[in-house]
Ligand binder design. Structure first.
Ligand SMILES: [Zn+2]
Length: 380
C-alpha cells in the first residue's frame, strides 16, 4: 500500500517542481485511520531504563502545540505583529493571497519587500492561493481542477521566487473550500477551517482543523477539559496534548477609532495569554508543525545497545522525503543516574542536547534530523 502512495506522489511530482529523485513521501494525505495513527501519551513520556529512547510528541518535549496564522495579507497589521511577536518571542504564519502583492491596494496587501521583512524576522510566509477564488456554496460558480491546481502551485512558486529565508510549502484554503487531493500535489500541509483543535494522533495534514485563541481551546490541549465557554469545548479528553491552530484576519479592524482600539486590545490580550504558555505549549510556525508532525508520525528510532559507559548512539528515520522534511525531531534518551553534562553530534555536526532530571534519573533531550544519519551522544 505504501509503495502505491509513493509512486502516485512521484507521478504528481513531475509537474509541480518536487524533485524526481525524491526518496520519501511528500505528505500524509487523506484522513488518518480511525482511532488515530498512534496512541497519544496522556503525559510526558519518561523511558524507564538507561538506553531507552522516545520520539517526543512535540518539539523540546513540549506538552502541546499551537500555531498563530494570519490570512488575507493585512499589511496595516504588519508592524504591530512584528513588535508584539518580538517582545513575546513567538513566530507567526502568514497566508498570503499572492496575486494582490505589489499590485492591488498595496496599502492593504503589501509589496514583496514587506513580506521579505516578515520572513527575515523569522515569520513564515505561506500560500492563501493566488486570487482567493473558490467554488460558490450556492453552486453558481465552480472552479475547474486546472484552475485550483494553478491557484495552489503558482502561489507557492511566486512566494518562493520573491521571498528568501523562507520556504512556502503549505496552503490555507481560500474561503475554507478545501481540495486536499489537489493541494497534496504541491504542498506538505494545508489548513482547513473545521473549528476544533486536532488530536495529536489524528491530524489531517492536507486539511487540518482550526482552533481558537480563547481559554477553553488552550485548556483543551493542556488538560482535555475547561471551565470556560463554549460548553462544547469543556470536555475533550482526546484533545489533551493536541494542536490548536488559531486564525486571525485584520487586527486593526473597525468603523470607528474606538472599535479599532477595542479590536487591537482583544487580540493583544489573547496573544499575550497564549505566550504565557510558551514553556509548555510549542508555539510554532505552521510549516514547521506540518514537518514535525509527519516526521514524527512515521518516525523509527533505533537506540543501539550501550557498549561503552558515557556513550550512546541512535538512528532516526522516517517515511517522509527528508529533502523537504528537514525539521529536527526531539528525542528523549534515558541516561540512568548521575549524568549532568551531555553533547551530541549527528554525522559530523553538533546538534542541540541538554539534560533534564526526572524521578532521580537523567535524560538527554536531543534534536536530530530523521534522515538516518547516526547520532552519537556522550554524557558524564
Ligand atoms: Zn481569506
Amino acid at each position: 500500500m505504501k509503495k502505491i502512495i509513493v509512486s502516485a506522489l512521484l507521478a504528481a511530482a513531475t509537474f509541480c517542481g518536487f524533485s524526481l529523485e525524491a526518496d520519501g513521501l511528500k505528505n500524509l494525505s487523506g484522513q488518518p485511520p480511525k482511532g488515530g495513527r498512534f496512541v497519544t501519551p496522556t503525559d510526558l513520556v519518561w523511558p524507564a531504563n538507561a538506553g531507552q529512547g522516545d520520539v517526543c510528541l512535540w518539539k523540546d518535549d513540549k506538552f502541546a502545540a499551537l500555531a498563530i496564522t494570519i490570512d488575507d495579507n493585512c499589511k496595516p497589521d504588519h508592524e504591530w505583529w512584528l513588535k508584539i511577536c518580538d517582545e513575546l518571542g513567538i513566530k507567526v504564519t502568514w497566508f498570503v493571497i499572492t496575486d494582490r502583492v505589489g499590485k492591488v491596494n498595496v496599502n492593504f496587501n503589501g509589496t514583496w519587500a514587506d513580506w521579505q521583512k516578515l520572513a527575515d524576522a523569522g515569520h513564515s510566509i505561506q500560500s492563501h492561493s493566488t486570487d482567493h477564488k473558490s467554488d460558490k456554496k450556492d453552486g453558481s460558480y465552480k472552479m475547474t481542477e486546472e484552475e485550483i491546481a494553478a491557484q495552489y502551485s503558482d502561489s507557492l512558486a511566486v512566494i518562493n521566487e520573491n521571498v528568501t529565508n523562507n520556504f512556502a510549502c503549505t496552503i490555507a484554503y481560500p474561503n475554507g473550500v478545501a481540495h486536499p487531493e489537489i493541494a497534496a500535489r504541491y504542498a506538505i500541509g494545508a489548513r482547513g477551517v473545521y473549528g476544533v483543535p486536532s488530536a495529536a494522533n489524528n491530524i489531517n495534514y492536507m486539511c487540518t482543523n482550526k482552533g481558537a485563541a480563547s481559554q477553553a481551546f488552550i485548556d483543551a490541549i493542556l488538560y482535555g477539559k475547561s471551565e470556560h465557554e463554549p460548553k462544547w469545548m469543556q470536555n475533550r479528553p482526546n484533545l489533551k496534548r493536541g494542536l490548536n491552530i488559531i486564525l486571525y484576519h485584520l487586527v486593526h479592524w473597525g468603523r470607528t477609532p474606538e472599535q479599532i482600539e477595542q479590536s487591537v486590545a482583544n487580540v493583544e490580550a489573547e496573544v499575550r495569554n497564549i505566550a504565557k504558555y510558551k514553556d509548555v505549549i510549542w508555539i510554532a510556525r505552521f510549516d514547521d508543525l506540518m514537518k514535525y508532525g509527519q516526521e514524527r508520525d512515521t518516525a523509527k528510532l533505533v537506540v543501539d545497545p550501550i557498549s561503552k559507559p558515557g556513550e550512546m548512539s541512535f538512528k532516526l528515520t522516517c517515511d517522509m522525503d527528508t529533502k523537504i522534511f528537514d525539521y529536527p525531531l526531539t528525542i528523549k534518551l534515558c541516561l540512568g543516574k548521575g549524568a549532568t553534562q551531555v553533547k551530541a553530534t549527528q554525522g559530523d555536526k553538533s546538534v542541540p542536547a541538554r539534560i533534564v532530571e526526572h524521578d532521580g534519573k537523567a535524560y538527554a533531550i536531543v534534536d536530530a534530523l530523521p534522515n538516518g544519519v547516526p547520532v552519537k551522544v556522550s554524557y558524564k
